[in-house]
Design a protein around this ligand. Structure first.
Ligand SMILES: [Zn+2]
Length: 208
């Protein structure tokens, strides 16, 4: 905790003054262009990875970067966040980003691990659809290839749920919103994007 307090002191003394005018512009409104949905995992740092700053990303995080199915009648934080981002903020892009070594998909491969975690067990039923969208094993993933193929499959499954949200479906239909499925590799920093046409993942940047 001390390290975080020190970090806050640094923010107040050095960072905030440099960005004061930016925060002043943002103090009573925001207009992010991008909704970013990712896992709660501490190793995924969207602003750092994308060089984003205040006002850039509207972020929804949860274990397993889940988007519950549109047919679910339950209110939840993710779909409420999506609805607000699309209907009110009018974001132009929605990125759903999974990541290597994701504990949520490890649990899907080893359900016993969730015995003592009833809430997580219930939530992670939403990642079971990943099994239907498993991606080919990639030798570059080494011993984690099976897990990585399932994590990529989960990105595909959750993107389908995202696109089926009523607000998202309407915005896509009107040409106002594009949905992107990404896989982020913690070890290399590499990002892959899902290609709807080939139904495969490929490097986000050419030649990576
Ligand atoms: Zn994760």
């Amino acid at each position: 905790m001390d390290r975080l307090i020190q970090g806050y002191k640094h923010f107040l003394a050095d960072v905030f003054p440099q960005k004061r005018s930016q925060f002043r512009l943002l103090a009573d409104s925001q207009a992010p262009q991008c909704l970013f949905i990712t896992c709660a995992d501490s190793r995924v740092v969207p602003d750092l990875i994308l060089g984003a700053g205040p006002g850039d990303l509207f972020i929804a995080r949860n274990v397993g970067n889940v988007v519950p199915p549109a047919v679910s009648a339950d209110a939840d934080g993710v779909t409420a966040t999506i609805e607000y981002a699309v209907e009110v903020l009018k974001v132009k892009h929605a990125i759903l980003c999974g990541h290597s070594d994701c504990g949520a998909l490890k649990a899907a491969l080893d359900p016993q691990a969730l015995q003592a975690l009833p809430k997580a067990k219930r939530w992670l039923r939403h990642v079971e659809a990943a099994f239907f969208h498993r991606q080919p094993l990639d030798p570059a993933d080494g011993a984690a290839a099976e897990l990585a193929s399932l994590i990529r499959g989960n990105v595909v499954a959750q993107c389908a749920n995202l696109k089926a949200q009523p607000s998202v479906a309407w915005a896509i239909n009107d040409g106002l919103l594009t949905v992107h499925g990404w896989y982020y590799d913690i070890l290399s920093g590499r990002i892959e994007r899902y290609d709807d046409k080939t139904r495969r993942f490929a490097p986000l940047l050419e030649g990576q």
